[in-house]
Design a protein around this ligand. Structure first.
Ligand SMILES: Nc1ncnc2c1ncn2[C@@H]1O[C@H](COP(=O)(O)OP(=O)(O)OP(=O)(O)O)[C@@H](O)[C@H]1O
Ligand SMILES: [Mg+2]
Length: 443
Protein backbone atom coordinates (compact mmCIF):
# COMPACT_ATOMS: atom_id res chain seq x y z
CA UNK A 1 0.00 0.00 0.00
CA UNK A 2 1.47 3.29 -0.98
CA UNK A 3 0.04 6.47 0.43
CA UNK A 4 -3.17 6.65 2.35
CA UNK A 5 -5.31 3.61 3.11
CA UNK A 6 -8.22 3.25 0.74
CA UNK A 7 -11.68 2.74 2.16
CA UNK A 8 -14.88 2.00 0.28
CA UNK A 9 -18.07 2.90 2.12
CA UNK A 10 -21.37 1.45 0.92
CA UNK A 11 -24.57 2.74 2.49
CA UNK A 12 -27.79 3.86 0.88
CA UNK A 13 -28.78 6.08 3.80
CA UNK A 14 -27.38 9.61 3.18
CA UNK A 15 -27.71 10.59 6.85
CA UNK A 16 -25.42 7.73 7.66
CA UNK A 17 -23.12 7.81 4.68
CA UNK A 18 -22.26 11.49 4.41
CA UNK A 19 -21.13 12.13 7.99
CA UNK A 20 -19.20 8.85 8.02
CA UNK A 21 -17.51 9.75 4.77
CA UNK A 22 -16.44 13.08 6.28
CA UNK A 23 -15.10 11.46 9.40
CA UNK A 24 -13.15 8.83 7.49
CA UNK A 25 -11.68 11.47 5.24
CA UNK A 26 -10.66 13.71 8.11
CA UNK A 27 -9.02 10.68 9.72
CA UNK A 28 -6.72 10.55 6.72
CA UNK A 29 -8.21 7.82 4.57
CA UNK A 30 -8.75 7.93 0.87
CA UNK A 31 -12.52 7.40 0.82
CA UNK A 32 -15.00 6.48 -1.85
CA UNK A 33 -18.62 6.49 -0.68
CA UNK A 34 -21.37 4.92 -2.76
CA UNK A 35 -25.07 4.29 -2.21
CA UNK A 36 -25.66 0.96 -3.94
CA UNK A 37 -24.20 -2.51 -4.21
CA UNK A 38 -23.94 -2.11 -7.98
CA UNK A 39 -21.74 0.95 -7.62
CA UNK A 40 -19.66 -0.83 -4.98
CA UNK A 41 -18.93 -3.79 -7.25
CA UNK A 42 -18.07 -1.46 -10.11
CA UNK A 43 -15.71 0.51 -7.88
CA UNK A 44 -13.97 -2.67 -6.72
CA UNK A 45 -13.63 -3.76 -10.30
CA UNK A 46 -11.83 -0.52 -11.15
CA UNK A 47 -9.66 -0.01 -8.11
CA UNK A 48 -8.12 -1.62 -5.04
CA UNK A 49 -9.32 -1.03 -1.51
CA UNK A 50 -7.87 -1.93 1.84
CA UNK A 51 -11.14 -1.88 3.72
CA UNK A 52 -14.74 -2.09 2.54
CA UNK A 53 -17.49 -0.99 4.94
CA UNK A 54 -20.83 -2.26 3.72
CA UNK A 55 -24.36 -2.00 5.00
CA UNK A 56 -26.10 -5.35 4.65
CA UNK A 57 -29.46 -3.90 3.74
CA UNK A 58 -29.26 -2.07 0.45
CA UNK A 59 -31.76 -1.54 -2.37
CA UNK A 60 -31.02 -3.83 -5.30
CA UNK A 61 -27.89 -5.89 -4.73
CA UNK A 62 -27.60 -6.28 -0.97
CA UNK A 63 -24.54 -6.42 1.25
CA UNK A 64 -24.25 -10.20 1.18
CA UNK A 65 -24.28 -10.11 -2.60
CA UNK A 66 -21.54 -7.46 -2.51
CA UNK A 67 -19.45 -9.81 -0.35
CA UNK A 68 -20.05 -12.65 -2.80
CA UNK A 69 -19.00 -10.39 -5.64
CA UNK A 70 -15.85 -9.41 -3.76
CA UNK A 71 -14.95 -13.03 -3.30
CA UNK A 72 -15.61 -13.88 -6.93
CA UNK A 73 -13.55 -10.93 -8.08
CA UNK A 74 -10.64 -11.94 -5.84
CA UNK A 75 -10.83 -8.65 -3.92
CA UNK A 76 -8.68 -9.00 -0.80
CA UNK A 77 -9.98 -5.97 1.08
CA UNK A 78 -11.09 -6.49 4.68
CA UNK A 79 -14.85 -6.23 4.75
CA UNK A 80 -16.64 -4.76 7.75
CA UNK A 81 -20.36 -5.19 7.76
CA UNK A 82 -22.98 -2.91 9.24
CA UNK A 83 -26.22 -4.55 10.29
CA UNK A 84 -29.41 -3.49 11.92
CA UNK A 85 -30.00 -4.59 15.47
CA UNK A 86 -31.47 -8.08 15.66
CA UNK A 87 -30.15 -9.39 12.37
CA UNK A 88 -27.27 -11.28 13.88
CA UNK A 89 -28.08 -14.21 11.57
CA UNK A 90 -27.23 -12.07 8.56
CA UNK A 91 -24.03 -10.98 10.25
CA UNK A 92 -23.05 -14.59 10.70
CA UNK A 93 -23.86 -15.24 7.06
CA UNK A 94 -21.60 -12.32 6.19
CA UNK A 95 -18.75 -13.75 8.25
CA UNK A 96 -19.14 -17.00 6.39
CA UNK A 97 -18.74 -15.10 3.16
CA UNK A 98 -15.47 -13.72 4.40
CA UNK A 99 -16.42 -10.51 6.20
CA UNK A 100 -13.95 -9.71 8.96
CA UNK A 101 -16.19 -8.03 11.38
CA UNK A 102 -19.60 -6.56 11.99
CA UNK A 103 -21.04 -3.58 13.80
CA UNK A 104 -24.63 -3.43 14.92
CA UNK A 105 -26.58 -0.21 14.42
CA UNK A 106 -26.59 2.14 16.13
CA UNK A 107 -22.85 2.29 16.69
CA UNK A 108 -20.44 5.01 17.64
CA UNK A 109 -18.36 6.38 14.79
CA UNK A 110 -15.35 5.84 17.03
CA UNK A 111 -16.11 2.12 17.11
CA UNK A 112 -16.06 1.96 13.33
CA UNK A 113 -12.85 3.98 13.17
CA UNK A 114 -11.08 1.75 15.63
CA UNK A 115 -12.29 -1.38 13.82
CA UNK A 116 -10.99 -0.06 10.51
CA UNK A 117 -7.73 0.91 12.16
CA UNK A 118 -7.33 -2.57 13.62
CA UNK A 119 -7.62 -4.24 10.23
CA UNK A 120 -5.29 -1.73 8.62
CA UNK A 121 -2.73 -2.57 11.26
CA UNK A 122 -3.15 -6.28 10.66
CA UNK A 123 -2.67 -5.66 6.94
CA UNK A 124 0.45 -3.64 7.58
CA UNK A 125 1.83 -6.30 9.91
CA UNK A 126 1.13 -9.18 7.54
CA UNK A 127 2.77 -7.27 4.69
CA UNK A 128 5.89 -6.93 6.78
CA UNK A 129 6.05 -10.57 7.76
CA UNK A 130 4.74 -12.06 4.54
CA UNK A 131 7.64 -12.04 2.06
CA UNK A 132 9.82 -14.49 4.00
CA UNK A 133 7.12 -17.15 3.82
CA UNK A 134 5.12 -18.49 0.96
CA UNK A 135 2.40 -19.71 3.27
CA UNK A 136 -0.53 -17.82 4.67
CA UNK A 137 -0.81 -17.45 8.43
CA UNK A 138 -1.17 -20.96 9.81
CA UNK A 139 -1.66 -20.55 13.44
CA UNK A 140 -4.16 -18.61 15.48
CA UNK A 141 -5.08 -18.95 19.11
CA UNK A 142 -2.69 -21.89 19.46
CA UNK A 143 -4.55 -23.70 16.73
CA UNK A 144 -2.92 -24.76 13.51
CA UNK A 145 -4.98 -24.37 10.38
CA UNK A 146 -4.20 -22.89 7.06
CA UNK A 147 -7.06 -24.50 5.18
CA UNK A 148 -9.80 -22.18 4.05
CA UNK A 149 -12.17 -24.06 6.35
CA UNK A 150 -10.09 -23.35 9.46
CA UNK A 151 -9.36 -19.78 8.43
CA UNK A 152 -13.10 -19.29 8.45
CA UNK A 153 -13.35 -20.78 11.91
CA UNK A 154 -10.63 -18.39 13.11
CA UNK A 155 -12.52 -15.43 11.70
CA UNK A 156 -15.68 -16.56 13.46
CA UNK A 157 -13.77 -16.94 16.73
CA UNK A 158 -12.51 -13.38 16.46
CA UNK A 159 -15.94 -12.05 15.65
CA UNK A 160 -17.92 -13.85 18.32
CA UNK A 161 -15.29 -13.27 21.01
CA UNK A 162 -16.29 -9.64 21.08
CA UNK A 163 -19.92 -10.43 21.74
CA UNK A 164 -21.60 -11.95 24.75
CA UNK A 165 -23.75 -14.20 22.62
CA UNK A 166 -24.27 -17.87 23.38
CA UNK A 167 -22.18 -20.05 21.10
CA UNK A 168 -22.64 -23.62 20.03
CA UNK A 169 -19.65 -25.46 18.62
CA UNK A 170 -20.35 -28.52 16.55
CA UNK A 171 -17.88 -31.02 15.18
CA UNK A 172 -16.81 -34.64 15.23
CA UNK A 173 -14.71 -36.05 18.00
CA UNK A 174 -11.17 -34.71 18.15
CA UNK A 175 -11.69 -31.81 15.76
CA UNK A 176 -10.70 -29.15 18.28
CA UNK A 177 -13.99 -27.97 19.75
CA UNK A 178 -12.52 -27.42 23.17
CA UNK A 179 -9.67 -25.39 21.72
CA UNK A 180 -12.22 -23.22 19.96
CA UNK A 181 -14.03 -22.66 23.25
CA UNK A 182 -10.73 -21.78 24.96
CA UNK A 183 -9.88 -19.35 22.17
CA UNK A 184 -13.21 -17.57 22.36
CA UNK A 185 -12.88 -17.10 26.11
CA UNK A 186 -9.24 -16.04 25.85
CA UNK A 187 -10.07 -13.38 23.32
CA UNK A 188 -13.18 -12.09 25.04
CA UNK A 189 -13.43 -9.32 27.59
CA UNK A 190 -14.03 -12.03 30.15
CA UNK A 191 -10.54 -13.45 29.70
CA UNK A 192 -9.45 -12.51 33.23
CA UNK A 193 -12.52 -14.18 34.73
CA UNK A 194 -12.99 -17.92 35.13
CA UNK A 195 -13.63 -20.34 32.30
CA UNK A 196 -15.54 -23.21 33.89
CA UNK A 197 -15.86 -26.46 31.99
CA UNK A 198 -18.47 -29.12 32.48
CA UNK A 199 -18.71 -32.34 30.54
CA UNK A 200 -22.39 -33.18 30.49
CA UNK A 201 -21.68 -36.77 29.44
CA UNK A 202 -19.46 -37.37 32.44
CA UNK A 203 -22.01 -36.38 35.10
CA UNK A 204 -24.33 -38.98 36.59
CA UNK A 205 -27.87 -37.91 35.80
CA UNK A 206 -28.84 -37.52 39.43
CA UNK A 207 -26.06 -35.03 40.04
CA UNK A 208 -26.47 -32.80 37.00
CA UNK A 209 -28.66 -30.27 38.72
CA UNK A 210 -26.60 -29.88 41.85
CA UNK A 211 -23.39 -29.75 39.82
CA UNK A 212 -24.69 -26.98 37.61
CA UNK A 213 -26.73 -24.98 40.08
CA UNK A 214 -25.35 -25.91 43.46
CA UNK A 215 -27.14 -27.23 46.49
CA UNK A 216 -28.12 -26.01 49.92
CA UNK A 217 -27.07 -27.95 52.93
CA UNK A 218 -29.28 -30.98 53.38
CA UNK A 219 -30.73 -30.78 49.87
CA UNK A 220 -29.93 -34.45 49.45
CA UNK A 221 -28.24 -37.22 51.38
CA UNK A 222 -24.61 -36.34 51.72
CA UNK A 223 -25.10 -32.61 51.11
CA UNK A 224 -23.43 -31.66 54.36
CA UNK A 225 -22.77 -28.07 53.40
CA UNK A 226 -23.85 -25.48 50.90
CA UNK A 227 -22.20 -25.96 47.52
CA UNK A 228 -21.91 -23.54 44.67
CA UNK A 229 -22.73 -24.86 41.21
CA UNK A 230 -20.82 -24.32 38.01
CA UNK A 231 -23.05 -21.48 36.89
CA UNK A 232 -22.21 -19.59 40.06
CA UNK A 233 -18.51 -20.39 39.80
CA UNK A 234 -18.50 -19.04 36.25
CA UNK A 235 -19.97 -15.69 37.34
CA UNK A 236 -18.38 -12.88 35.34
CA UNK A 237 -16.73 -15.41 33.05
CA UNK A 238 -17.61 -18.21 30.68
CA UNK A 239 -19.29 -21.57 31.21
CA UNK A 240 -18.38 -24.30 28.73
CA UNK A 241 -21.00 -27.04 28.57
CA UNK A 242 -19.27 -29.82 26.67
CA UNK A 243 -21.33 -32.61 25.09
CA UNK A 244 -24.51 -30.69 25.81
CA UNK A 245 -26.46 -33.22 23.75
CA UNK A 246 -25.92 -35.65 26.62
CA UNK A 247 -27.71 -33.44 29.10
CA UNK A 248 -30.80 -35.18 30.47
CA UNK A 249 -34.14 -33.59 29.54
CA UNK A 250 -35.18 -32.65 33.05
CA UNK A 251 -32.44 -30.16 33.92
CA UNK A 252 -32.64 -28.62 30.46
CA UNK A 253 -35.53 -26.37 31.51
CA UNK A 254 -33.48 -24.96 34.33
CA UNK A 255 -30.52 -24.40 32.03
CA UNK A 256 -32.76 -22.56 29.62
CA UNK A 257 -33.93 -20.20 32.34
CA UNK A 258 -30.40 -19.68 33.57
CA UNK A 259 -29.27 -18.65 30.08
CA UNK A 260 -32.31 -16.57 29.33
CA UNK A 261 -32.81 -14.80 32.64
CA UNK A 262 -29.44 -15.32 34.21
CA UNK A 263 -31.09 -16.69 37.34
CA UNK A 264 -31.83 -19.93 39.15
CA UNK A 265 -32.17 -21.44 42.60
CA UNK A 266 -29.78 -23.86 44.22
CA UNK A 267 -31.08 -27.35 44.76
CA UNK A 268 -33.16 -27.29 47.93
CA UNK A 269 -32.91 -23.50 48.09
CA UNK A 270 -35.47 -20.70 47.82
CA UNK A 271 -33.14 -17.80 47.20
CA UNK A 272 -32.85 -16.74 43.56
CA UNK A 273 -29.26 -16.44 42.46
CA UNK A 274 -28.37 -14.02 39.67
CA UNK A 275 -25.29 -14.53 37.56
CA UNK A 276 -23.60 -12.98 34.56
CA UNK A 277 -22.30 -15.90 32.53
CA UNK A 278 -21.41 -16.30 28.90
CA UNK A 279 -22.32 -19.75 27.68
CA UNK A 280 -20.43 -21.83 25.15
CA UNK A 281 -21.76 -25.30 24.38
CA UNK A 282 -20.30 -28.08 22.28
CA UNK A 283 -21.82 -31.11 20.63
CA UNK A 284 -20.64 -33.96 18.48
CA UNK A 285 -24.07 -34.79 17.19
CA UNK A 286 -26.53 -32.82 15.13
CA UNK A 287 -28.64 -31.28 17.90
CA UNK A 288 -31.48 -30.52 15.52
CA UNK A 289 -31.88 -34.23 14.88
CA UNK A 290 -31.86 -34.89 18.59
CA UNK A 291 -34.65 -32.31 18.97
CA UNK A 292 -36.66 -34.02 16.25
CA UNK A 293 -36.21 -37.34 18.02
CA UNK A 294 -37.52 -35.82 21.25
CA UNK A 295 -34.20 -36.08 23.09
CA UNK A 296 -33.54 -32.38 23.44
CA UNK A 297 -35.75 -29.40 24.22
CA UNK A 298 -36.56 -27.35 21.17
CA UNK A 299 -36.63 -24.03 23.03
CA UNK A 300 -33.18 -24.67 24.50
CA UNK A 301 -31.92 -25.65 21.07
CA UNK A 302 -33.02 -22.36 19.57
CA UNK A 303 -31.59 -20.45 22.48
CA UNK A 304 -28.24 -22.18 21.94
CA UNK A 305 -28.20 -22.08 18.19
CA UNK A 306 -27.75 -18.32 17.89
CA UNK A 307 -24.16 -18.47 16.73
CA UNK A 308 -23.18 -21.95 15.58
CA UNK A 309 -19.55 -22.64 14.79
CA UNK A 310 -18.88 -25.77 12.83
CA UNK A 311 -15.42 -27.27 13.23
CA UNK A 312 -14.76 -29.31 10.10
CA UNK A 313 -13.43 -32.87 10.30
CA UNK A 314 -9.82 -33.39 9.28
CA UNK A 315 -10.83 -35.07 6.00
CA UNK A 316 -12.42 -31.78 4.94
CA UNK A 317 -9.16 -29.90 5.45
CA UNK A 318 -6.46 -32.01 3.88
CA UNK A 319 -4.27 -28.93 3.64
CA UNK A 320 -3.90 -29.01 7.40
CA UNK A 321 -2.72 -32.59 7.93
CA UNK A 322 0.98 -32.05 7.31
CA UNK A 323 1.06 -28.65 9.01
CA UNK A 324 -0.56 -30.22 12.08
CA UNK A 325 1.77 -33.22 12.01
CA UNK A 326 4.81 -30.94 11.87
CA UNK A 327 3.42 -28.79 14.65
CA UNK A 328 2.85 -31.81 16.91
CA UNK A 329 6.22 -33.24 16.02
CA UNK A 330 8.00 -30.03 17.00
CA UNK A 331 6.05 -29.45 20.22
CA UNK A 332 6.13 -33.10 21.34
CA UNK A 333 9.85 -33.49 20.65
CA UNK A 334 10.43 -30.46 22.85
CA UNK A 335 8.05 -31.79 25.49
CA UNK A 336 9.70 -35.22 25.58
CA UNK A 337 13.18 -33.68 25.55
CA UNK A 338 14.03 -35.12 22.14
CA UNK A 339 16.04 -33.42 19.42
CA UNK A 340 13.79 -31.89 16.78
CA UNK A 341 13.51 -33.98 13.62
CA UNK A 342 11.62 -33.81 10.35
CA UNK A 343 9.06 -36.13 8.80
CA UNK A 344 10.60 -38.36 6.14
CA UNK A 345 9.10 -37.79 2.67
CA UNK A 346 7.50 -41.23 2.68
CA UNK A 347 5.85 -40.38 6.01
CA UNK A 348 4.40 -37.23 4.50
CA UNK A 349 2.95 -39.31 1.69
CA UNK A 350 1.60 -41.88 4.13
CA UNK A 351 -0.06 -39.24 6.28
CA UNK A 352 -1.64 -37.63 3.24
CA UNK A 353 -3.18 -40.94 2.19
CA UNK A 354 -4.33 -41.97 5.66
CA UNK A 355 -7.79 -41.31 7.04
CA UNK A 356 -8.28 -40.10 10.60
CA UNK A 357 -11.72 -40.91 11.98
CA UNK A 358 -10.47 -39.59 15.32
CA UNK A 359 -9.46 -36.36 13.59
CA UNK A 360 -6.77 -34.11 15.04
CA UNK A 361 -6.59 -36.03 18.30
CA UNK A 362 -5.82 -39.23 16.44
CA UNK A 363 -3.13 -37.53 14.40
CA UNK A 364 -1.63 -36.09 17.56
CA UNK A 365 -1.58 -39.50 19.28
CA UNK A 366 0.06 -41.00 16.22
CA UNK A 367 2.82 -38.41 16.26
CA UNK A 368 3.28 -38.75 20.02
CA UNK A 369 3.88 -42.45 19.59
CA UNK A 370 6.26 -41.83 16.72
CA UNK A 371 8.27 -39.42 18.84
CA UNK A 372 8.79 -42.08 21.51
CA UNK A 373 9.65 -44.77 18.95
CA UNK A 374 11.82 -42.79 16.58
CA UNK A 375 15.53 -43.37 17.03
CA UNK A 376 16.78 -41.98 13.71
CA UNK A 377 17.12 -38.51 12.23
CA UNK A 378 13.67 -38.41 10.73
CA UNK A 379 10.26 -39.88 11.43
CA UNK A 380 9.69 -42.81 9.09
CA UNK A 381 6.51 -44.72 8.37
CA UNK A 382 7.45 -47.63 10.64
CA UNK A 383 7.57 -45.23 13.60
CA UNK A 384 3.92 -44.55 13.02
CA UNK A 385 3.47 -48.28 13.41
CA UNK A 386 1.59 -48.08 10.19
CA UNK A 387 2.12 -50.32 7.25
CA UNK A 388 -1.46 -50.26 6.09
CA UNK A 389 -1.78 -48.17 3.01
CA UNK A 390 -4.42 -45.66 2.18
CA UNK A 391 -7.68 -44.67 3.80
CA UNK A 392 -10.28 -46.86 5.32
CA UNK A 393 -8.46 -50.15 5.02
CA UNK A 394 -8.56 -50.95 8.70
CA UNK A 395 -12.32 -51.07 8.87
CA UNK A 396 -14.40 -48.10 9.82
CA UNK A 397 -16.23 -49.61 12.77
CA UNK A 398 -13.10 -50.82 14.49
CA UNK A 399 -11.46 -47.50 13.81
CA UNK A 400 -14.37 -45.57 15.24
CA UNK A 401 -14.45 -47.77 18.32
CA UNK A 402 -10.77 -47.28 18.78
CA UNK A 403 -11.11 -43.51 18.37
CA UNK A 404 -13.84 -43.42 21.02
CA UNK A 405 -11.67 -45.47 23.37
CA UNK A 406 -8.66 -43.22 22.86
CA UNK A 407 -10.83 -40.28 23.65
CA UNK A 408 -12.12 -41.72 26.92
CA UNK A 409 -8.58 -42.54 27.92
CA UNK A 410 -7.42 -39.03 27.17
CA UNK A 411 -10.32 -37.60 29.17
CA UNK A 412 -9.59 -39.85 32.12
CA UNK A 413 -5.91 -38.95 32.07
CA UNK A 414 -6.80 -35.32 31.97
CA UNK A 415 -9.28 -35.64 34.81
CA UNK A 416 -6.68 -37.57 36.79
CA UNK A 417 -4.07 -34.91 36.18
CA UNK A 418 -1.91 -37.38 34.28
CA UNK A 419 -1.92 -39.96 37.08
CA UNK A 420 -2.19 -43.28 35.24
CA UNK A 421 -3.18 -45.35 38.27
CA UNK A 422 -6.06 -43.03 38.99
CA UNK A 423 -7.04 -42.83 35.32
CA UNK A 424 -7.10 -46.62 35.10
CA UNK A 425 -9.36 -46.74 38.15
CA UNK A 426 -11.70 -44.21 36.58
CA UNK A 427 -11.85 -46.28 33.42
CA UNK A 428 -12.40 -49.50 35.31
CA UNK A 429 -9.33 -51.19 33.83
CA UNK A 430 -6.03 -52.25 35.27
CA UNK A 431 -2.99 -50.06 35.10
CA UNK A 432 -1.36 -52.65 32.89
CA UNK A 433 -4.25 -52.65 30.43
CA UNK A 434 -4.13 -48.87 30.33
CA UNK A 435 -0.43 -49.01 29.62
CA UNK A 436 -1.00 -51.51 26.81
CA UNK A 437 -3.65 -49.31 25.31
CA UNK A 438 -1.44 -46.27 25.50
CA UNK A 439 1.43 -47.98 23.73
CA UNK A 440 -0.44 -50.12 21.24
CA UNK A 441 -0.03 -49.73 17.53
CA UNK A 442 -2.04 -47.03 15.86
CA UNK A 443 -4.81 -48.22 13.64
N1 LIG B 1 -6.19 -26.95 15.03
C1 LIG B 1 -5.48 -27.55 16.00
N2 LIG B 1 -4.20 -27.21 16.22
C2 LIG B 1 -3.47 -27.83 17.17
N3 LIG B 1 -3.96 -28.79 17.97
C3 LIG B 1 -5.23 -29.17 17.81
C4 LIG B 1 -6.06 -28.56 16.82
N4 LIG B 1 -7.28 -29.13 16.90
C5 LIG B 1 -7.22 -30.04 17.87
N5 LIG B 1 -5.99 -30.08 18.44
C6 LIG B 1 -5.55 -31.01 19.50
O1 LIG B 1 -6.26 -32.22 19.30
C7 LIG B 1 -6.78 -32.75 20.51
C8 LIG B 1 -8.28 -32.79 20.47
O2 LIG B 1 -8.82 -31.48 20.48
P1 LIG B 1 -10.11 -31.12 21.36
O3 LIG B 1 -10.06 -31.78 22.68
O4 LIG B 1 -10.29 -29.65 21.34
O5 LIG B 1 -11.22 -31.83 20.44
P2 LIG B 1 -12.79 -31.96 20.68
O6 LIG B 1 -13.45 -31.56 19.40
O7 LIG B 1 -13.19 -31.23 21.90
O8 LIG B 1 -12.97 -33.53 20.85
P3 LIG B 1 -14.16 -34.35 21.61
O9 LIG B 1 -15.41 -34.14 20.85
O10 LIG B 1 -13.71 -35.75 21.50
O11 LIG B 1 -14.23 -33.82 23.00
C9 LIG B 1 -6.23 -31.85 21.61
O12 LIG B 1 -5.03 -32.41 22.07
C10 LIG B 1 -5.96 -30.54 20.90
O13 LIG B 1 -4.94 -29.82 21.53
MG1 LIG C 1 -13.98 -31.98 23.63
Amino acid sequence: MSGRPKVLLVDDEPLMRIPLEDRLRSTGYDVLAVATGEEALAAMHDGRFDVVVVDLKLPGIDGLEVLRGMKRGGCDADAIVITAYGTIGAAVEAMKLGARDFLTKPFETAALLSTIDRYLQVRAASRESAPSHDEPSQQTHGMVGRSAAMQRVFRLIDAVARTNATIIIQGETGTGKELVANAIHARSQRRDQPLIKVNCAAMPEALVESELFGAERGAFTGADRRRKGRFELAHGGTLFLDEIDEMPLLPQAKVLRAIQEGEFERLGGAETIRVDVRLIAATKVDLRKKVEAGGFREDLFYRLNVLPIEVPPLRAREDDVIALAEHFLATLCAEFGRAPKPLAPSTVAWLRAHSFPGNVRELKNLIARAVTLCDGDSVRVEHLGGSQPGPGSSGDLAAARRAAEDRRIEQALEAAGGNKTLAAQMLGISRKTLWEKLTRKPR
